[in-house]
Design a protein around this ligand. Sequence first.
Ligand SMILES: *Cc1c(COP(=O)(O)O)cnc(C)c1O
Length: 365
Amino acid sequence: MLFRDLKSEIAEIRDEIDGALARVLNSGNLILGTELEAFEDELGAYHDGLHVAGVASGMAGLRLLLQAYGIGSGDTVMVASNTYIATWLAVSAVGAKVLPVEPSITSRNLDASALPEVPPVGTRAILVTHLYGEPCDMVALRRYADRHGVLLLVDAAQSLGAEWKGSRSACMADGAALSFYPTKNLGALGDAGAVISQNSEIISTVKALRNYGMKKPGIHDLRGENARMEELHASVLRVKLRYLGERQDKLRRLAGLYIKQLAGVSTIQLPAPPRQVTHAWHLFTVLVNDRDLIQEKMFQVGIETAVHYPVPPHRTGAYASEFAWDSFPVASRISGSILSLPLYPSMRDEDVFHVVSVLTEALAL
Ligand SMILES: *Cc1c(COP(=O)(O)O)cnc(C)c1O
């Protein structure tokens, strides 16, 4: 069984995708045109009226969001010690310093109670990741951010479709970056991303930064770059956005089935989203002992699984010189035992039952 099935997801709406692409090709307008504007409006409407800037990737979105808030050299940004390395890299890319904070082993999300009592001087923001699609505890984080006068930003690359107490915009605090990498909940036909915020000035700054710092034609007020979302991607994302709700419903049902079927297995730690949260289920992850062995056994009977992520950022070559090997025991423990099970909308109930029986069998051996 596949881990993902992008081929069939594309095939299901192929005619509409072809139609969108044809519309762009016939228009002859390939960059910064009407498709991007329409997509930004539609994604804004999906987020209860927030402002949106389409960009070239999730990484570009994170970088430009930080830059738009004026975060750079001499500043510190708190991040989760177990997030995908892109979160850290974006902070480093603007010249700021990362201050990793440990996650809770239950939510795998940055643990608000692990935040330093007082943020170090120079701390400008907490950049949390709603990892695997589960929103962080935004009430506790907001309280902390307000008390200490720091921004609350979100790496929402995995959490499109998530809700906090029924609200999508509340998931996003002072600003968020989204990724439309093909395997994400809303996937483009290549790289694309977005920045969303309630702050319209921040979004117009991001729009300038993505286009060489240009606010008006020929006027370069900022040191920007090229990080524009292409019209072809915007046109396809508009089609796929219409199916997002349906897609999320399917994932939520399948994830519920996994949880129900695995609930009694004491050797597995399941995701346990709190009641006020709607999980986006970008990934269905479990914690197991002997993860590599379990993964290998499942692979041998034809079930693809994945590991997100096998090495915590502080142990990578990119950051090992800055942090001691054993600095973040919770992140390290998670990376040693986390396992992502197959989850995609066209999975049938029987597929879930099959994965569950193979996994429980592997655990029993
Ligand atoms: C995918 C992802 C990114 C990067 O998005 P790209 O579009 O690949 O640049 C950043 N952070 C997290 C948590 C991600 O999952």
